[in-house]
Design a protein around this ligand. Sequence first.
Ligand code: FES
Length: 386
Amino acid sequence: MSGIDNHGARAFDISGLANLTLAEYDALEPLRWPVPARGHPGTQRLLRDGRFQFADGRARFVATVPREPTHRTDAEYPWVLNTGRVRDQWHTMTRTGYAPRLTGHTPEPYVEMHPQDALLTGSRSGELVRVSTRWGSMIGRLRLSGEVRRGTVFVPIHWNDAYASDARVGALVNPVVDPVSGEPELKHTPARIAPFIVSWHGFVLSRKPLARLDMTWWTLVRGKNFLRYELAGRRVYREWSTWARQALQVRDLEADWIEYSDPAAGVYRAALLEQGRIAACLFISPRPDLPERSWLAGLFAKPRLEDTDRAGLLMGRPAERRADTGPVVCACFGVGRRVLCDAIATGDLATVTEIGRALRAGTRCGSCVPEIKSLIEDVRAGRQCE
Ligand code: FES
């Protein structure tokens, strides 16, 4: 497509790669565009010769007059909705959503706010909130961050109807576009935030897709050897066991099915094993304080569970704490937060460089470095890091 009617008019032209064979594609080394013809080696540096894509080779400046956003906040929509990407995903996850290493870091849509602003909405960190604008609404999990400017709310763009029941933030953005570039006002839509009340929160890790998605809210990402669903619902089931078996398509009454139920506390947990390996697990609680997913996720890589794994299954954590590495911070090398916190807290590793040398975290793409730095700061400031 980049080559259609191009004839050198547009710098972006990778039509020379259009007919690569699979073998050529697999062997392809990174290269820079333009690549206008088959066999073209790529371009050393764009605009190196000082010529732009106009007939006279000269650039054009487009003079723009700054103006205020078209739609202002008001009493009904007091927050500024800002949308953007997260570090491990791209567009609507059509490709990055297939890389388990990337989906582990930010596995669900979220709504980021300054902690003091969040107080005004009546919602707490980890709970679900509804973001509404005059054009649409969506649901995400509230995250608090001192990095979000007061008065603004950040929501990532990546989730669509294929990956979540109600998280398409593009539908909320106001339709005003830039008169020159055509880009929508993606960074400034007046919004309001309200708690999204549910009766229970839950998650499922399963080798097979869920048979039913009749809960109030769900999101999905692909892990390594499993699908991860985050769930929430309003309808409370008296027989969670029946519901869970249907959801996980467990028809065999002799199946290796273990479960724990505390109806008074609203807690239900279950796991399905097949030929000694984990096939699925499901956790339900009235609050979002569910077990960490990382250790359970790691069990799906094991051809057979050990007795100690089975013992920890319904707790959602290993009997021995050290086996739990925590949620992924460095996607490139699969280094978890607990590993980093332990190393920093014991004083073994005090800088990003030392951490990189010992654990490799932060030494490839570098996008986890800010998070590693903030963990170091947490420990230095005596804040909890785990
Ligand atoms: S995520 Fe790439 S180096 Fe850590």
